[in-house]
Design a protein around this ligand. Structure first.
Ligand code: TTP
Ligand code: MG
Length: 348
């Protein structure tokens, strides 16, 4: 069965978040470093990369290459928050989402598309939604399996959208170096180089038995034999259970009156309930989030003994939480309702 897989990977993730939050840094070379281990660069923006600054590079080497490099300490909670926002965007498109890291995921959109061109449109919409919700850019790759989708997302970074069609696979893979095949680390690369396998073309020229002679009888030889031909049957595994399901709405103009605020809740509740139903969840804790005009966030939550799931129940719960915050002393720019303490709805 042919599949359609999208791989999304954020551009210079930690650095882009820092620059989003301190726009004056945009034109400067910026690196994020671990505060605990001051020794290494976690990531650098694309300005710094032009000087040769890379992830995992010792800070003194990075400063040597780029003396004006701006060093910023990591803010993991913020990055995790953005990661949750990404996950939320992805699940609007498909339930088959497999996160690989905070800033990347595979999405199986086979059910939601009938051609790679359809899947490309979905990927474009996902990138636009990520930009709207997080003010960050991403790169996406679209193809028929995970290996090719991930390869594609890296081809035109930043802000890239790349499709690898089956007919392009041969030309593309023969040109790759073996390190560019997913899962080939330094050790495997070393083993393959001894018998003269350095490129995709050379990898492909070897039979399975020849690769097994080099790599042993484990899974690696058949896996690389497949990858060299663009074959990768691994399914997208949405192994993680949802932690929270919710909807946020940002207003063009800040809302100030009780009526205007309360009037937003039923619509939001309908969307939350629809998402919960689609994914087969009910939940016991309703969380209301407000963001005031000055960006100050407030969350209020309440837990019920019985799980909730209908739009009416969610709207009532959210209204009660909102009412206790009224009147608001300044405008509200964002209103969100989410449900945590999720459990599987019976019968699903
Ligand atoms: P990547 O996606 O590998 O890198 P990136 O998002 O910074 O840049 P791009 O994808 O545009 O090439 O990693 C995601 C985040 O993971 C990165 O922002 C920081 C963190 N990270 C580390 O902490 N150490 C590392 O060695 C790497 C590679 C990443
Ligand atoms: Mg990235």
């Amino acid at each position: 069965m042919t599949r359609r897989i999208v791989h999304v990977d954020m551009d210079a993730f930690y650095a882009s978040i820092e620059i989003r939050d301190q726009p004056d840094l945009a034109a400067l070379p910026v690196a994020v470093i671990a505060t605990a281990r001051r020794g290494a660069v976690m990531t650098a923006n694309y300005v710094a990369r032009r000087f040769g600054v890379r992830s995992a590079m010792p800070v003194h080497v990075a400063l040597n290459r780029c003396p004006d490099l701006v060093l910023l300490p990591q803010r993991m909670e913020v990055y995790r928050g953005v990661s949750a926002q990404l996950q939320e965007v992805f699940t609007r498109y498909t339930d088959l989402v497999e996160p690989l890291a905070l800033d990347e995921a595979y999405l199986d959109v086979t059910q939601q598309s009938s051609t790679l061109a359809d899947a490309e449109q979905l990927a474009r919409a996902i990138q636009a939604e990520i930009l709207t919700e997080t003010r960050l850019t991403s790169s996406a790759g679209v193809s028929v399996n995970k290996f090719l989708a991930k390869l594609a997302s890296g081809l035109h970074k930043p802000s890239g959208l790349t499709v690898i069609a089956p007919e392009e696979v041969d030309t593309l893979l023969t040109r790759l170096l073996i390190e560019d095949f997913y899962g080939i680390g330094l050790v495997t690369a070393g083993k393959l180089q001894a018998p003269g396998i350095r490129t995709g073309a050379q990898l492909r020229s070897r039979s399975l038995a020849e690769l097994q002679a080099v790599l042993g009888a484990g899974k690696l030889a058949p896996r690389l034999h497949g990858l060299a031909r663009g074959v990768d049957e691994r399914p997208v595994e949405a192994h993680r259970e949802a932690q929270s399901i919710g909807v946020e709405r940002t207003f063009d103009q800040n809302l100030t009156t009780r009526e205007a605020l309360l009037a937003e809740l039923p619509g939001i509740a309908v969307e939350v309930a629809a998402r919960m139903a689609r994914r087969g969840y009910v939940g016991r804790t309703v969380v209301l989030k407000l963001r005031y005009a000055d960006w100050r966030p407030v969350t209020r939550r309440r837990t019920w003994t019985q799980p909730l799931g209908t739009a009416e129940d969610l709207a009532d719960a959210a209204s009660a939480l909102l009412t206790s915050e009224l009147p608001v002393e300044q405008g509200v720019r964002l209103l969100g309702v989410s449900v945590v303490n999720l459990s599987r709805q019976e019968g699903s």
